[in-house]
Every structure is written in structure tokens, then in C-alpha cells.
Design a protein around this ligand. Sequence first.
Ligand code: AP5
Ligand code: MG
Ligand code: ZN
Length: 218
Amino acid sequence: MEPVRVILLGPPGAGKGTQAARLAAFLQVPRISTGDMLRDAIARGTEVGRKAGPLMERGNLVPDDLLIALITERIAQPDCARGFVLDGFPRTVPQAEGLARMPGGGGSGWTLFEVDVPREELLRRLSGRRWCPTCQATYHTVYSPPRREGLCDRDGTPLVLREDDKEDVVAQRLREYDESTAPLIGYYRDRGEVHRIDGDRPVHDVFEDMKATLGVRA
Ligand code: AP5
Ligand code: MG
Ligand code: ZN
């Protein structure tokens, strides 16, 4: 069977991580989140983490060569042979070019989603997001609260606000999106189909839309 390879494009807070987790479980392929990989590297104090940390703290993108190396290694793992869901990569044109050159990163058979959400809603989602530093699960104080207030459902860890979800850092992340990531959507449109999804709806509805699109392609 041809591998199922999915790319989720969209601004900070659009719900890429939320939908990537559901899609990966549904398709039974790994979810590859570069944000989670980098936060994990920071927590472990690796060289990648030391380089990425100060940039992420300010809401700036991490250099392309570092991300390309990270993903080249990740998609070469055996669990990616049946496909994968990319969450947060590529997010610049050079990263997309890098992906196309990777073993397992080129060719056809990709599904691209552009998750569209208005700015005011992005800000509501990011300011209310809470995150588990132990297992990286994501919640929202209003939209998807944990069962016990302030504690992760899976492991009971106290939930925190992500450092880069503070207001001034969010503004910088949105600027980076407009400057470096938005042009990527045009790049991919020129090369094939990008499925635009209205992300300003309940999580379940967005997911159903994505499943329907994948069904059409399969
Ligand atoms: P990353 O972690 O990828 O952050 P991001 O792209 O800014 O995206 P977010 O994780 O903030 O949002 P999301 O779309 O995943 O939304 P979520 O599902 O959580 O990257 C962090 C940093 O790492 C970057 O700034 C950069 O420095 C670096 N980096 C990472 N990848 C890189 C790359 N390729 N190149 C260079 N640098 C890179 O949802 C948000 C909230 O909304 C949650 O609380 C959720 O519960 C809620 N929610 C989700 N969907 C819905 C819905 N439908 N209705 C209501 N609420 C919802
Ligand atoms: Mg995310
Ligand atoms: Zn947890």
C-alpha cells in the first residue's frame, strides 16, 4: 500500500497539533511534531535544544538546516514506512525543498491541509491553552478542559502556560507565520492540491472534514 503522508499547514493555534494527534491515531501512523521534538530537546538539554531554546522563547523560527536534519532522521525510522502526519514542518520554502529531497520525502501521494482560523480566535486559543510538561498533552481552559482543574488527565502533572504563549511572543510568532510560512501555501498550491479547511469549528467537525478528504484520495 502507498504510504499515507499528511502535511498540516496553519498559523499558531490553528489546531494543527490537535488534529495531527487524531489523524495519526485514525491512520495508525506516527505524528511528527517539530515543536514537541524541539521542546523535548530543550528539556533534555541537548545541543539542538540549546540552539533552539533562545529562538523559540522569542517566537522566532529555528534555522532551516537544523529542522531539515531533524526530519531527515525522523522519517527514516521504520515506523514511518507506512506514512506519517507532519505537524509544524515544513514551515518555510527552503524546508519544503529540503523535504522533497529527503529519502521518503519526495514523490506523490501527499495530502496537504491548510487550517484556516481568524486571528481573534487564534489569540483566544493560545491564551487559554495549557500544556503538560510530562507527556506534552494539550488542553484549553474553556474549549477542552482537563477532568480535574489544572492537572493532566493522563499523569496528573500540573498544567502550565507554554512560555511562547505569552502575548508578546505570540505576536512575534504570528509575524513569523506571515513572513515565512504563509508564502509556503502558495508554493504548494503551485505544485498541487492544498485542501483548505475551515478550522473555526468544533474539533470533531474539523476532523470529520479531514477524514472525508483523505477518504476521497485513498
Ligand atoms: P509549534 O509548537 O509547532 O507551535 P505553532 O506552530 O506556533 O503551533 P501551536 O502548537 O501553537 O498551535 P497548533 O496549531 O498546534 O494548535 P493546537 O492544536 O495546540 O512550534 C513552536 C516553535 O518551535 C516555533 O515558534 C518555532 O520557534 C519552533 N519550530 C517548530 N517547528 C519549526 C520549523 N519547522 N521551523 C522552524 N522553527 C520551528 O491548539 C491550540 C489551542 O486551541 C489548544 O488549547 C487546543 O485545545 C485549542 N483548540 C484546537 N482546536 C480547536 C477547535 N477546533 N476549537 C476550539 N479550540 C481548539
Ligand atoms: Mg502545536
Ligand atoms: Zn501529561
